[in-house]
Ligand binder design. Structure first.
Ligand code: SER
Length: 345
């Protein structure tokens, strides 16, 4: 058997793509891709097995986990914040019941083989609920502060963090005796993620990726939040690297970690995009509902815990991310000529 048999849910999504590309071909790693949607053909040869199905279907989850004797789960499948506000009950089914199905089945598998299953869970800045008046006073937010989500997505993720902590630390604590808990639960609270290769679906931090991809294609883009809206961000390669680093870290005393590279406003991103894609047509028409969600998310997060416990290192500033990752990658993707001499690249 391989050392690591990793089930990746939400494999057809943005982070799924990134993780499969990074893990494919690593020695001792078997990848099992799962998604409700069809997993794109270009990923098939990079994984050992592909399963199309619903994480809410417990029999399907049991079949896949036991068939492959999965010992690690990277659970990316979720309805993001805007989608979840449009269909809150469905979001609860997918984000909570789906996660419970996976965790419970992983725990059963762990008990059957007497080997804990590692469970990597991306949580989110949406688990925070910060009053606008508190933002300056709180500064970079710490993991235990302002846990008052106003969205179904944030509430779902916060509960699943607690469920993971339970399976990872306290499972059946009255009757378990000296047996280890079945799950080794590790969670990152992700900021807004920007990929130069793919576009997100149904998130509320999507306004920055939308600006970048539209401008690279020469299309106009209307940003749905105010220019002064500030959030923490990281680029997809940094996100993938952080997930892989957390997954490989030795046993950890804590299980939930903030990560982010830098904070920036929508206006700062618009200026950076305009500098690098001269002629980009960007305008702002805030959508009251979506704005009200991001207004409660922290402008900055404190990553000290992740640095101390597993050596997390933020990589890029906004400008470095533009020049070293976004601009060259989207130019290659949309077939644009390199910038003329003298333009900032
Ligand atoms: N990117 C997520 C969203 O916008 C937040 O973590 O829903």
């Amino acid at each position: 058997m391989s050392d690591r048999t990793i089930l990746i849910t939400g494999a057809a999504g943005e982070i799924g793509h990134g993780l499969i590309n990074a893990l494919a071909g690593q020695p001792g790693v078997r990848l099992i891709a799962m998604d409700l949607r069809e997993v794109p053909e270009e990923l098939h040869h990079k994984v050992d097995s592909v399963h199309q199905g619903d994480i809410c279907d417990r029999a399907f989850i049991e079949h896949v986990i036991s068939l492959h004797r999965v010992n690690e789960v990277m659970h990316l499948a979720a309805l993001l914040s805007t989608s979840a506000e449009r269909a809150p009950e469905q979001a609860h089914e997918v984000n909570v019941q789906g996660t419970f199905n996976l965790m419970r089945t992983a725990a059963e598998q762990a008990q059957a083989y007497d080997e804990p299953v590692r469970f990597i869970f991306p949580s989110t800045i949406a688990i925070y609920g910060v009053e606008p008046s508190e933002k300056d006073e709180l500064g970079p937010i710490r993991e235990f502060q302002a846990l008052r989500p106003i969205t179904m997505y944030g509430a779902n993720k916060l509960y699943c963090e607690a469920m993971g902590r339970y399976y990872g630390r306290y499972y059946r604590s009255i009757t378990r005796g000296d047996r280890r808990p079945p799950i080794d639960f590790r969670c990152l609270r992700l900021p807004g993620i920007i990929s130069a290769d793919t576009l997100p679906v149904g998130g509320t931090s999507d306004y920055v990726p939308e600006m970048i991809h539209a401008s690279a294609r020469g299309e106009a883009c209307v940003c749905f939040v105010r220019p002064d809206t500030s959030l923490p961000w990281m680029m997809m390669p940094e996100c993938v690297e952080a997930i892989l680093k957390l997954a490989k870290a030795p046993p950890l005393a804590r299980c939930v970690y903030n990560v982010a590279s830098f904070s920036a406003t929508a206006g700062e991103f618009a200026e950076a995009v305009q500098r690098h894609f001269p002629g980009a047509e960007l305008s702002f028409e805030p959508h009251a509902g979506r704005q009200s969600l991001v207004d409660t998310w922290p402008a900055d997060v404190d990553c000290l815990r992740a640095r101390e416990d597993w050596g997390y290192e933020p990589q890029w500033t906004l400008e470095q991310a533009m020049t070293q990752y976004i601009v060259p990658t989207v130019r290659a993707r949309y077939g644009q000529a390199p910038a003329p001499e003298g333009a900032i690249t």
